[in-house]
Write a protein that binds this ligand. Structure first.
Ligand SMILES: [Zn+2]
Length: 430
């Protein structure tokens, strides 16, 4: 007798006709034809069951603040940072908590059950930190929230930020952030990377820096972060977010940089929606795409996780809480259109990001935590193409969100009465 059995699932690795049996909060068996009673049975009908989506780069303290105190007119990163600076003194713990918890409702409905959020520590009052720690506590039953101490205004650019960052870590924020390309000079950027990696090494923490979110081909903070990772013995614990300078770098230099990143076991977290929106702003035509070199990194064996970064905040007026939107943009912006490419990008919004976050018991293997999503799609490539409804979202063996399948009724003479978008993919040649 199991608590939950999902029947006839297709798994992301291509196995079909799989039953998944769950007792309490754990996956007990994954195999065809499990013959046992269960408290609840879900018939997947051959559709895809995936581990939950994971967003390794987000700003939970800014989400849903679009329009406060005004809209970003230029649409640039710099006006977004300035606007956030205007909003920050008016923030209250209650308002921050309410917006963030409400966003998590949306995330859960999309099967997004783990988020790494940067938290601004530029205001030494640390209202944002207090609020996000409360959010982490409240959503813990259904969503894993990791927090990064993020000096949005620059680690060395404002009074009290160096101390505030350490205080945020003392309060329970678990990852060290940074923004070297926003320091006043390349030299101060370099110094900030070194200082922040030292803090992480001393405290035994992970590092995740906004690193070279710029179109400057000569910015060198990615190299510095990789080198300091090795110097402080932080291999496997450091992620570089954005890395957009690499889009514009000289190819010879990149041929030296990629092996250094691989040697440092440094993960990369591009944010395709935001990078496409914010980069290349000083270009006329042709305009650079401004996304880092995802296919080259994957070829080198570098772990790449894709993040959402923003949903309806001073930097980005769009966003849905759906990591499949992120993967969909990545397919286009990187021209990764083959079936193997799409499977790799599906991994980038699931298992790769789980590895970057160090999530324990993540996956669909026996013994993993019973967290999963049933999608109205037949495989990962179809999931990215369709960005389909999440028919069931399961957390620790319990269904926490359900959405009815998307179908349309037709009234056309001689044509079928129902259209199901998940039944349109040609099945030949796959
Ligand atoms: Zn960010």
């Amino acid at each position: 007798m199991f608590d939950l059995v999902i029947r006839n699932a297709t798994l992301p690795d291509g196995r079909q006709g799989q039953d998944i049996a769950v007792s309490a909060d754990t996956i007990i068996a994954v195999e065809p034809g499990i013959d046992a009673e269960a408290g609840r049975v879900i018939d997947a009908g051959g559709l895809l069951v995936s581990p939950p989506f994971v967003d390794p780069h987000f700003h939970m303290d800014a989400t849903l603040s679009l329009g406060l105190p005004r809209m970003n007119v230029s649409g640039t990163l710099l006006e977004g940072i300035a606007l956030w600076g205007e909003l920050r003194p008016t923030l209250t713990v209650d308002a921050l908590v309410e917006r963030a918890v409400r966003y998590c409702d949306l995330a859960v409905s999309k099967g997004l059950l783990a988020i790494r959020s940067h938290v601004d520590v530029s205001d030494p009052a640390l209202v944002t930190v207090e609020a996000m720690l409360e959010v982490r506590r409240r959503v813990a039953p259904y969503l894993d929230l990791q927090l990064v101490a993020f000096p949005q205004d620059g680690y060395y650019r404002g009074p009290g930020i160096v101390e505030a960052l350490e205080r945020a870590l003392d309060m329970g924020v678990e990852i060290v952030g940074g923004i070297p390309h926003f320091e006043r000079t390349m030299g101060e950027g370099t110094a900030s990377v070194e200082a922040l990696c030292r803090i992480a090494a001393d405290r035994g923490l992970r590092v995740d820096m906004h690193c070279d979110e710029t179109d400057d081909p000569l910015s060198r903070h990615v190299e510095t972060l990789a080198a300091q990772t090795i110097r402080f013995g932080l291999q496997g614990r450091v992620a570089g977010s954005h890395l957009t300078s690499m889009h514009s770098m000289d190819n010879y230099y990149v041929s030296k940089l990629l092996p250094l990143i691989a040697e440092a076991q440094m993960a990369a977290i591009p944010n395709p929606l935001i990078n496409m929106m914010l980069q290349g702003r000083h270009d006329t035509y042709p305009k650079r795409r401004g996304l880092t070199r995802i296919p080259q990194m994957m070829e080198m064996g570098i772990t790449v996780g894709l993040g959402q970064d923003c949903v309806m905040d001073p930097w980005y007026s769009m966003g849905t809480g759906d990591l499949l939107d992120v993967a969909h943009m990545a397919v286009h912006a990187t021209q990764m259109g083959s079936m193997a490419d799409k499977r790799a990008l599906f991994d980038a919004v699931t298992v790769n990001s789980a590895r970057i976050m160090g999530l324990e018991g993540y996956g669909l293997d026996v013994g993993c935590k019973a967290d999963m999503v049933l999608l109205q799609a037949r495989d990962p490539a179809e999931a990215i193409r369709l960005r389909p409804n999440r028919l069931a979202v399961i957390r620790r063996g319990r269904v926490v969100a359900e959405t009815a399948p998307e179908t349309s009724r037709l009234a056309l003479d001689g044509r079928p009465q129902v259209v199901n978008p998940a039944e349109y993919a040609p099945r030949h040649g796959i």
